[in-house]
Design a protein around this ligand. Sequence first.
Ligand code: FMN
Length: 311
Amino acid sequence: MSLFIKNVELKTNVILAPMAGYSDFAFRKMCSDFGAGLTVTEMISSSALHYNNKKTIDLLHSLDGENPKAIQIFGHSPEIMAEAVKNPVLDKFDIIDINMGCPARKIVSNGDGSALLKDISLAKEIISACVNATSKPITVKFRIGYTDDNIVAVEFAKMCEEAGVSAITVHGRTTSQGYSGDVNYDVIRQVKESVSIPVFANGDCRSKEDLDRILEITKADGVMVGRGAIGNPEIFSELCFNEKKEVDKLSQIKKHYSLVEEFYGENYTVKYMRSHLAYYLSGQYKNTQALVKLLKMEKISEIFDYLNKIM
Ligand SMILES: Cc1cc2nc3c(=O)[nH]c(=O)nc-3n(C[C@H](O)[C@H](O)[C@H](O)COP(=O)(O)O)c2cc1C
């Protein structure tokens, strides 16, 4: 059955999460090719867009075939967020997602991300300003609450729907939990029962068994996958089509490096790809000593030669 976010049809109902420091254009394209129903950029600062910051604009780079795709923006000023939504650099994106779930201190202390869970009326103003600024679907990603004793997910979801949001993603943790501890799928189910727009469940989906269990408990329309896809973009083939793909990891790593290098050049690529490499070399390729050596290398040719030897 096809799933739409407003007028945008998703390829499948398992979508890629926005992840700062990981969701580069090459990674997103690989996930999209393996079946991710939607890809999302990492969170983009609305004020950086206001100043046309070059590094920020680079984060919006994309390759042909990454479809459909969303950009995620964050901020706390309704005016600047609405201005960001209208910025022509966003034209190529099908959907605009608003981050109301980031728990990082530097984000929250600025009133951005999950700080908005504590100010639902400001969150609504921001959302309404964005919805009124574009005909594109606006979606919101948020957590179930700031702290355990203040779970606001249902109220927040209803507010989003009222304000004209086309779909929501709920990460089933609170801000205080960060990225660990149990995911509360029951609250996600309560959210699903309280709104009519599509709901995506998020948190700890790393296998087909996880996916089936999450959909069974939450009754969500789809699931968003984050960490399970890092170093493992082929997970979407298993999750979306029940087809476990045996991929040539070495070629996958080289392709990722080469695509990033074509756009950013060698120096940046070597540094940027270190965190991806650590994930690629986890699991069956776990080799800590090799990783320590690789992380010190400065040339892509040197990294490839070494990978050729150990993989
Ligand atoms: C390294 C990292 C960066 C992240 N960056 C973002 C981000 O930019 N925007 C966002 O909404 N969530 C971000 N998240 C949260 C994920 O999108 C997701 O909600 C969370 O990791 C839970 O899903 P998972 O268990 O499938 O990873 C990030 C998570 C990680 C681990």
